[in-house]
Design a protein around this ligand. Structure first.
Ligand SMILES: Cc1cc2nc3c(=O)[nH]c(=O)nc-3n(C[C@H](O)[C@H](O)[C@H](O)COP(=O)(O)O)c2cc1C
Length: 351
């Protein structure tokens, strides 16, 4: 719960939005009608009405039940996917399961993504498969995301600081749960090209790149540490608030990995979403703004998504893209720091 309050307060990265480095090229002759733009995609084995995931954020406390209901209603109405927050709380206290399973009640037809941290998977050892299956069954999920949150854990006062064996644990999870899609999901620091290669090799069905540019877990944990007077971790949280690979960079490089990519981290508008899709993402993930809208009003998330999808449709129209596949071929210009990141990463990887 505390995380939610800090995330809704000012726990965003400080630098300007990295999406301003990406320009889509205007098409004065789109040769299609706005209403003919088709937002649908096939992803995670299902057909979605739009290439969007409401990112996994909440569950595990009384207020979360209503928020998950509101988010799930929005997902159902707009035909987009939705994740729940880490289900660790309900594995430890089964009476909390309803705060997650409410999502399936409110969204009977859309793609739902279960969620557990790599830390729990590692600690569970041979019991990991049972735990992951319990998360999936709890919400009747179509896929499960294992979140990678080293940046958060290293700042967190009660953090888990041992990620040794993580790649092998993910590979074992993918094998055990096959054919259920297992998604590796960063949470704000991005996936470097070498990490993408290891995750693809480990059998991940999709990658949520969770890059830098939006919600900052270092900032959230730093603020929590400050509140309990842990000055060392509060300072580390401040220092690392902008740590990581910017979302457009990690999206463009991960898209070469050969598995579907979810671009998340600072996607704030439908124009940002169009840019992410043009860089090769299959879907975009949105977190803080849709949660904020859900907190403010029972129908806030539904309305927020309506605006977001209209912006995406308008941007696709202005690039002459009749669908997401066409948008991925649309011309784009990459400027500034993003260009430098891409050039230097490419040089370093010898790609
Ligand atoms: C309040 C809050 C709680 C979150 N909890 C989780 C979580 O439990 N598991 C997870 O994988 N990601 C979690 N995330 C990260 C989101 O899934 C997503 O990666 C991120 O919010 C996307 O960036 P954005 O907020 O800038 O749109 C959380 C994000 C927020 C804002």
């Amino acid at each position: 719960m505390q995380h939610l309050e800090f995330a809704l307060a000012d726990a965003q990265t400080q630098r300007p939005s990295p999406w301003s480095d990406i320009e889509l090229v205007h098409c004065a002759l789109p040769e299609l009608a706005l209403d003919d733009v088709h937002l649908g995609v096939t992803a995670l084995g299902a057909q979605l009405a739009a290439p969007v995931v409401i990112a996994g954020m909440t569950g595990g406390h009384p207020r979360a039940e209503e928020l998950n209901r509101r988010l799930a209603r929005a997902a159902q109405r707009h035909g987009v996917a939705m994740g729940v927050g880490s289900q660790r709380a309900a594995l430890e206290r089964p009476e909390l399961a309803a705060t997650y399973s409410v999502a399936r009640e409110a969204a009977p037809d859309t793609v739902l993504i279960a969620n557990l941290g790599i830390g729990q998977v590692l600690q569970a050892g041979p019991d990991a498969e049972r735990m992951l299956r319990a998360c999936v069954e709890m919400i009747d999920a179509d896929a499960i995301a294992v979140h990678l949150n080293a940046t958060e854990e290293v700042v967190q006062p009660e953090g888990d600081h041992d990620f040794a064996g993580a790649t092998a644990a993910l590979a074992a999870a993918a094998r055990a749960l096959h054919p259920l899609p297992v998604i590796a999901k960063e949470t704000g620091s991005g996936l470097a090209p070498g990490v993408v290669d290891r995750l693809v090799e480990a059998g991940m069905s999709a990658l949520d790149v969770g890059g830098r540019g939006g919600t900052s877990f270092a900032a959230i944990e730093g603020a929590r540490a400050a509140q309990i007077g842990d000055d060392v971790r509060a300072r580390l949280g401040d220092l690392l608030a902008d740590w990581g690979i910017p979302t457009p960079v990690t999206t463009a490089t991960a898209a070469r990995g050969g598995v579907p990519v979810i671009a998340a981290g600072g996607v704030r508008t439908g124009v940002d979403a169009a840019k992410a899709l043009a860089l090769g993402a299959t879907m975009v993930g949105v977190g803080q703004p849709v949660l904020q809208a859900a907190v403010e009003d029972p129908h806030g998330a539904e309305r927020w998504l309506e605006g977001f999808l209209f912006e995406l449709r308008a941007t696709m129209f202005l690039t002459g893209s009749c669908d997401v596949a066409a948008l991925r071929r649309a011309p784009r210009v990459v400027l500034g720091a993003t260009r430098q990141w891409l050039d230097q990463l490419e040089a370093a990887e010898g790609r």
